[in-house]
Design a binder for this molecule. Sequence first.
Ligand SMILES: [Zn+2]
Length: 399
Amino acid sequence: MPRIALHWVKSILLTLYQRSAITRDEIVRSTGLNPASVSHALQRLLSSGTIVKVGELKSSGGRRREVLKLNPEAGYFVAVDLERTRIRYALTNLVGDIRYRWEQELDVGMDVAVSNLLRGLEMVQRNLAPWQSSRLLAVGISCPGFIHEDGLVTAVNLGWRRFPLAEKLKEATALPLFLDTACRAYVQAERRLGCAQGCDSCIYIEIGKGIGAGIVTDGDYLDGRDHMAGEFGHITIDPTAADPCNCGKQGCLEAIASSSGMVRQYKDVSGLSAAGKDHVRLSDIFEDARKNEPVALSVIDRASKALALGLSHLIMIFNPALIILGGDLLQGEDLMVPRIKRGVSAHLPDFVRETEIRVTSLGLDIGLKGAAFLAFQNSLTDPKLMNKLCAPLTEEITA
Ligand SMILES: [Zn+2]
């Protein structure tokens, strides 16, 4: 009996992931596979219900062409977005639609975070319907900071330095687990499902408690020797500034323009730090600025200027077509984005073609969407998971 090669299935499912309903001819064109391989794999994917027929097109010669689509409910993932202040969990279907969600506030500290993560994974699995349980494929985790060659995680804002996160989680769950840095997961989610579809040169900037960048240039994700490319928050943006950063330096972009940096400056300037008051939230600063409160406006101006200067450097180095902004900044989009755009334009020479700057189209779920895509993408390379997804199969998918 002929076998179905794993890379045929991988190419076809990746092509169908973006929910386009497409014909066999279009699948052949976009995968570059030969028509016989596509036909053989499609027959099996259709009979297992992994893909479904959604209609027919009639060509000019009178030939009918089937229109096919990925069956979104053919498989499920647990997506985890490990933010710096909370952990979001979701059960997602095959194409990243959220079917169940759960959230935990996070006490900063690695022991708490890991035990919380285990509890969250258990909570999602406990709430699975029986048909979802049998089709649960893997866990995808989007994690702040960066991941070393040996899989250890360094996330300064979580207090993690070379922390064995994957190892600790694997001890407690039998599900295959895929882990990647948040910025990579975010930029991949934008490229697959968001506003960067079809864009081969784009940068996603996360502005939250920390600041990081996911950089895609000429279609490739920029990783760097130690996987630290995109640690944008720790560029020195003002060498004369005394603003302290979590990395131990002063004057980092993150110290001035992150949500925690902005809150710290607001408290310092308004005298709240000296008074020992620590209840200010970033949203309070944005609210005050909308009422023209001068301290709030000065903090927002300074953070926007620092971000604009940093972005203008990224534009000159990487020449992206699109920069996507996300994170806590979204709460003050009306205040910060126009200031950032004006600042970027002022810093760039006039021979530079304009880079589009916009906010994420995936909102707060971007981390979950990215983690779900991470799990999907990695599952495609695992014959065992593909046989589970395409069950019932009568023939093996082989590597
Ligand atoms: Zn720093």
